[in-house]
Design a protein around this ligand. Structure first.
Ligand code: UD1
Length: 421
C-alpha cells in the first residue's frame, strides 16, 4: 500500500495551479444522464472519485472518452438503470445518479452508499425529495428502488436540513419532470450553483440560483442538450488546503485559478490567525503571519466556514500561540484526525462536537494514519511543519480527492515522497 513520507520543517515557495473541483464535477457528470447527446466537461481534476463515477456511468451503458482533465460523456444508449453496490459503496456521491436516472428513465435502483466514514450520512432527504415529485421508493436488499411510471411531477420540496447532495439530486430530478418544482431551504454551495447553471444551459429553466429557494421548470420528459463544453469551477477546498500548508510553514506561496469569493470564509479565519493576502483576479498570494494566533471556528453551510476545511485549519491551529476552539456542526463524527494530530505532538481535547486546540511549541514527525479525505490532508499539512519524518498511511483517501498532491507540494519545495510498504 502506498504511503507518503514527509520531512517537515521546510519553507514552501513559488506558485501552483488549483484544479477543477471534485465536488462540482461529480454532479455535472451525473447530469450527463439527463441528455441523449454527448456532453463535454473540461477542467476535471485527475482524482479517483471522478474515475469511479465515470466507471459507474459506463456500467449503465454510457460511452465515455476521458483524458486527465476532459471527458466526453454520451448517454444516448443507457442499457441499465441499476447502480451497483461494488461502485456505490466506494463513493457516497454515486447516489447522485438517483435523480437523473429516475427523471429520464422513470425507474432506477441504486445501492445504499458508502464513502468517507464521517458520521451517519443518511440519504433520507434525497428519498423524500423524489417521493415529493411522485416516485415510489422501496428498499430492497440494500438497494433503493425508485419508480415513477408516468414520469416525475413538479411539486414543492421542503428540506428540513440543508443538504448539498440532496439539493443536487432534487434539481436533477426536477429538470426533466413535468411542471414546476420549488425547493425550499436549498443548499447554496458554489457546486450547486454550477449544476443549476449547467441545467439551465441544457434546457431546464431554473430561477433563484445561488439562493435557498429554487424554482425549476422541468422539460416535461424532453432530454437536455448541452451544446457547449462545461468548465468545472476551481476547487475551493483544494485552494484552502494549500493556503493552510503555506500558513503552517510560514511561507509565501501563490495559487492560480482560484475563485476568491468561494473561499472568503477560509481567508477570514486565516487573517484572524495573522496571515494576509494579495489578490489579483484569480491569483491569490498568501503572506504568512509573523506569529500564528489561535482562532475560533464553527463549521456551517456555504457561505459559512466549510466542514471540508475543518481538519486543515485545526492542523494550522496546533502551533498557534493561543488556544483555538473548533466546533463541527455538520457531521457528528468528523474528528478522527484529532488523535492522529496528537500523535504528531498536538494538544487537542474533544468535548462533544467541540475541539479545544491548546498551543504547542512544535510538532514532531511520527507514523500516522489517514482516516478520511480531508483528515488526510490535515495530517499532510501538520507533517510539513513537524520536525523530522512523518509517514502518512492509507493515502488512498487522499487520492480520492486531491489532484497530484505530492507533485504540487514538491513543486513548492516540500520534501514529500510517495513510497510503497
Ligand atoms: C457534500 C460534499 C462533502 C461536504 C458536505 C457538506 C460532495 C460530493 N460532498 O456531501 O464534501 O462535506 O457536502 O458541505 O459534494 N443529511 C441527512 N439526510 C440526507 C442527506 C444529508 O441527514 O438525506 C445530513 C448529513 O448527515 C449532514 C448534513 O445533512 O449532517 C449535510 O450533508 P450533505 O450536505 O448532504 O453532504 P453531502 O452532499 O453528502
Amino acid at each position: 500500500m502506498d504511503y507518503l513520507e514527509i520531512e517537515g520543517g521546510h519553507k514552501l515557495s513559488g506558485e501552483i495551479s488549483i484544479s477543477g473541483a471534485k465536488n462540482a464535477a461529480l454532479p455535472l457528470i451525473a447530469a450527463a444522464l439527463l441528455s441523449n447527446k454527448p456532453v463535454t466537461l473540461t477542467n476535471l481534476p485527475n482524482v479517483v472519485d471522478i474515475r469511479t463515477l465515470l466507471k459507474l456511468l459506463e456500467m449503465l451503458g454510457a460511452k465515455i472518452s476521458h483524458n486527465d482533465t476532459t471527458a466526453v460523456i454520451d448517454c444516448s444508449n443507457i442499457s441499465s438503470t441499476k447502480a451497483v453496490y461494488e461502485i456505490v459503496s466506494k463513493m457516497r456521491a454515486s447516489i447522485l445518479v438517483l435523480g437523473p436516472l429516475l427523471s429520464r428513465f422513470h425507474e432506477c435502483s441504486v445501492s445504499l452508499p458508502g464513502g468517507c466514514a464521517i458520521g451517519q450520512r443518511p440519504i433520507d432527504l434525497h428519498l423524500k425529495a423524489i417521493e415529493t415529485l411522485g416516485a415510489s421508493v422501496n428498499l430492497e436488499q440494500g438497494y433503493v428502488v425508485a419508480k415513477a411510471p408516468k414520469g416525475l411531477k413538479g411539486d414543492k420540496i421542503i428540506f428540513d436540513k440543508i443538504t448539498v447532495g440532496g439539493t443536487e439530486n432534487a434539481v436533477m430530478a426536477a429538470a426533466m419532470a413535468q411542471g414546476v418544482t420549488e425547493i425550499i431551504n436549498a443548499a447554496k454551495e458554489p457546486e450547486v450553483v454550477q449544476l443549476c447553471q449547467m441545467l439551465n444551459m441544457g434546457g431546464a429553466k431554473i430561477e433563484g440560483i445561488g439562493s435557498s429557494k429554487l424554482k425549476i421548470y422541468g422539460t416535461g420528459g424532453k432530454p437536455l442538450e448541452f451544446k457547449e463544453p462545461i468548465r468545472v469551477i476551481p476547487d475551493r477546498i483544494e485552494a484552502g488546503t494549500y493556503l493552510c500548508a503555506g500558513a503552517i510553514t510560514y511561507s509565501k506561496i501563490s495559487l492560480n485559478n482560484v475563485n476568491v469569493e468561494h473561499i472568503q470564509a477560509v481567508l477570514d479565519k486565516l487573517e484572524a490567525m495573522g496571515c494576509s493576502f494579495d489578490i489579483k483576479n484569480d491569483k491569490i498570494t498568501l503572506l504568512p503571519a509573523k506569529e500564528l494566533k489561535g482562532v475560533n471556528v464553527v463549521t456551517a453551510e456555504y457561505p459559512g466556514f466549510p466542514t471540508d476545511m475543518q481538519a486543515q485549519i485545526m492542523a494550522v491551529a496546533t502551533i498557534a500561540n493561543s488556544e483555538s476552539l473548533i466546533e463541527e456542526r455538520l457531521f457528528e463524527n468528523r474528528f478522527m484526525h484529532v488523535s492522529e494530530l496528537n500523535r504528531l505532538g498536538a494538544d487537542i481535547w474533544l468535548k462533544g462536537n467541540i475541539a479545544a486546540v491548546k498551543p504547542v511549541k512544535e510538532l514532531k514527525g511520527a507514523d500516522v494514519m489517514a482516516t478520511d479525505l480531508r483528515a488526510s490532508s490535515a495530517l499532510v499539512i501538520a507533517a510539513l511543519a513537524a520536525k523530522g519524518i512523518t509517514r502518512v498511511r492509507r493515502i488512498y483517501h487522499l487520492d480520492r480527492g486531491y489532484d497530484r498532491l505530492e507533485e504540487k507540494l514538491s513543486s513548492l519545495g516540500a520534501k514529500i515522497e510517495r513510497k510503497k510498504e
